[in-house]
Each structure stands twice: as C-alpha cells, then as structure tokens.
Design a protein around this ligand. Structure first.
Ligand SMILES: N[C@@H](CCC(=O)N[C@@H](CS)C(=O)NCC(=O)O)C(=O)O
Length: 212
C-alpha cells in the first residue's frame, strides 16, 4: 500500500489525502515534519519539503507530482479534465492555490495552529490580522469569479478543487470563514467542498494527528 508522508497541518499533504479519498485509493499516513532538514528527509525529497509519497521503498516528492502520478495509476474517477482548455484551467488553479492562496492563508494557519501545536508558543495575532486585511481579500475576489459549488472547472470536481479546497480548509482550521455577504459564491463553494466526505475525513485525520 502507498504511504503519504507529511503532516496534515500542511495543505499540500491534505491535497493528496483528498485526492486519494475522492478516488478511493487505499493509503497509509505517516508523520513527517519538513524541519529540520535531516539526511533522511533530504533522501526522500531533495528540497526537504512535504508531502512525499512512498511506494514499494521508493519516494516521490511534491504534491502536484504525486497527484498527477496517482491520476495515471487510478484514472477513475478522472480528476484532471479531458478537455485541453479545462485541463489548463485546472492546472492554473492548482498553481494559484499552491502559491497565492497559500500566501494568503498560511499566516493564519502558522500563527493560530502550527505555533501552539508544534512549537508550544503563542502565535503573532497581528500578522493574522494584517494578512487577513491585505492579502486575503484579493484572493477571495479572484476565487469568487470562479466559484461553482459543483467544481471550479466545468462544474465538475477536479484537482483544482482538491488544491483550493485544501487552502480554504487551512483558513477554516485557523477559525476563519469566508464572509458570505461579501463573497456569496465563494462561501457556498467553500461550504460545499469542506462538507464533502473527502475533506471531512481529512479534517478528522488532522484532528487525530499525533505530533511526535
Ligand atoms: N510545491 C510543493 C510545496 C510543498 C511545501 O512547500 N510544503 C511545505 C509544508 S506546507 C514545506 O515542506 N515547507 C518546508 C520548507 O519549505 O522548507 C508541493 O506541492 O508539494
């Protein structure tokens, strides 16, 4: 059976968990922290990041690579659109998620969840407030234009939703929500995604995760 190495506080690790659950791929989960950059970690992932997929003693790094690989191995249900334009849209939404959405939501996750949980230290609430006021709203504006409760691309659940949903889940883990008066379509989208069994089960696994 494959093993997904990482920590569920990471939206990249959760993206892979959600994809596996949506596809019905059996997997095991093993805790792996991206710090410190031990020789063991660097042997699995040359950039020293998480997640890493372990399969029959071999290691595959990077959530985007892992998801594309698993799609090839388990093509049904397809989570990458067959249409070329929709395929490109889905890949860009995944890229937007992994860069800009991460930049928007990671501060709240770091300061409110990771600092107290993993470092036993209070977070910097001022940083959360600043990013919430400056970086988050333009991301919500952009996502509002694409939001569709059935799926961001072509109204079907895809890799774009695994990725963006995992970022919105970080925002929820930090105790935040999308203001439905200002971003009604995105609020509906976020509620729909985070209540899918794949996200609910991933949130439960996060809550149960033991940090060594
Ligand atoms: N593009 C990578 C990003 C992975 C990533 O940045 N993971 C974070 C955890 S959320 C990490 O390992 N950070 C440690 C570091 O950058 O040194 C992916 O999709 O897997």
């Amino acid at each position: 059976m494959i093993v997904i190495r990482g920590t569920l506080v990471s939206p990249f690790t959760r993206k892979v968990h959600v994809l596996c659950r949506e596809k019905g791929i059996p997997f095991q989960s093993a805790f792996l922290a991206p710090m410190p950059k031990t020789p063991e970690l660097l042997a699995m992932h040359p950039l020293g990041k998480i997640p890493v997929l372990e399969e029959a003693g071999r290691f595959l790094p990077d959530s985007s690579v892992i998801c594309a690989y698993l799609e090839r191995l388990h093509p049904n249900p397809a989570l990458y659109p067959a249409d070329a334009k929709e395929f490109a849209q889905a890949l860009f939404l995944e890229e937007y998620s992994d860069t800009r959405a991460l930049e928007a939501f990671a501060p709240a996750l770091v300061e409110r969840v990771i600092m107290p949980r993993d470092f036993d230290r209070p977070g910097d609430e001022g940083r959360v407030v600043r990013t919430g006021a400056e970086i988050v709203p333009p991301v919500f504006d952009w996502l509002e234009a694409h939001a569709n409760e059935r799926g961001l691309v072509g109204g079907r659940f895809s890799i774009a939703d695994c990725a963006i949903g995992a970022q919105l889940q970080s925002w929820a883990f930090a105790g935040e929500s999308v203001d439905g008066r200002r971003w009604p379509r995105l609020r509906g989208y976020s509620d729909a995604m985070l209540s899918r069994p794949s996200f609910v089960e991933t949130a439960a696994a996060f809550a149960a995760e033991e940090v060594p």
